[in-house]
Write a protein that binds this ligand. Structure first.
Ligand SMILES: Nc1nc2c(ncn2[C@@H]2O[C@H](COP(=O)(O)OP(=O)(O)OP(=O)(O)O)[C@@H](O)[C@H]2O)c(=O)[nH]1
Ligand SMILES: [Mg+2]
Length: 254
């Protein structure tokens, strides 16, 4: 079983199309799935889109009446996915703005079955690319990722900040058991929860692989919700809290 976590804040314009695309890709590949859509107090018609699609497709909707930010939204989505999952299951998280192509999911799912614990859809893997981002945003993203690579080096891992990843459900459950509230603790600091999950899983000895992602930022219709200053501050806190920490013993995905 595959759980897809979708964090949603004012994504009505492309949400239905994205969910239909996800369901087509997975039905064609014969993978059973459930989408966990976390609607974080959207003020547009995202809620209407979700009630429409959940009538026909396997979509569970979690609703925040008020906007709580990406950190809380990801905590809720991962908690729900982990709770419902069996050890052999897989959790995928992707943006709801339709900039990340769901046709990569079967390939990511297969790599988990081959033995990896985390598979990153990577802009920096050979064949990956970013289309439509400003030079400034590309530059800061590269710089932040190089800093993460130096701080938490893992062979074959280059993209620490892209949220589009597949996770072995058992390693997410183990991270919740080992770290508890601390698995995703840097909420309220912009998009820091995205590299934070990876850093915590690296500390558990996760086996990580990448597949190339062509990020289609040119397709984005919604406003970017990146809070740059909070995210920069978050990276500094993340690195200072975790750098040089010993690996936590135990089997990666068990
Ligand atoms: N729930 C919730 N989701 C958010 C919030 N901010 C962003 N998101 C969601 O998180 C995802 C990432 O936000 P985006 O606006 O796509 O960010 P971006 O500018 O594309 O930046 P990247 O994450 O680098 O792609 C999207 O699915 C958003 O709907 C928020 O305050 N609450
Ligand atoms: Mg996005």
């Amino acid at each position: 079983m595959l759980y897809i976590v979708l964090p949603i804040y004012n994504e009505a314009s492309r949400l239905e199309g994205l969910i239909v695309k996800i369901s087509k890709v997975l039905s064609t590949s014969g993978i059973s799935y459930r989408i966990i859509a976390v609607n974080d107090g959207s003020s547009d018609s995202s809620a209407d889109v979700l009630s429409k699609v959940s009538a026909d497709l396997p979509v569970t909707v979690i609703t925040h009446k008020m906007n709580r930010g990406l950190g809380e939204t990801i905590r809720d989505g991962f908690e729900a996915a982990a709770e419902g999952s069996a050890d052999g299951d897989v959790i995928v998280r992707l943006d709801a703005d339709d900039t990340q192509d769901p046709s990569l999911i079967p390939q990511m799912y297969k790599k988990i079955q081959e033995g990896y614990d985390v598979v990153v859809a990577s802009r920096y893997a050979s064949g990956g690319e970013e289309v439509g981002l400003t030079f400034k945003r590309k530059f800061f993203s590269r710089a932040a990722n190089l800093l993460m690579k130096v701080s938490f080096p893992v062979k074959g891992l280059w993209d620490y900040s892209c949220g589009y990843r597949a996770y072995r459900a058992s390693i997410v459950k183990r991270a919740i058991t080992v770290f508890g509230n601390g698995f995703i603790e840097l909420k309220g600091l912009g998009f820091t929860v995205t590299p934070e999950k990876l850093v915590k899983l690296i500390r558990l000895g996760a086996r990580v692989a990448e597949v190339p992602l062509v990020l289609r930022y040119d397709l984005k219709e919604s406003q970017s919700k990146m809070e740059s200053y909070a995210t920069i501050m978050g990276y500094v806190i993340l690195i200072s809290k975790n750098i040089g920490q010993k690996k936590i013993k135990g089997e990666g995905g068990s």
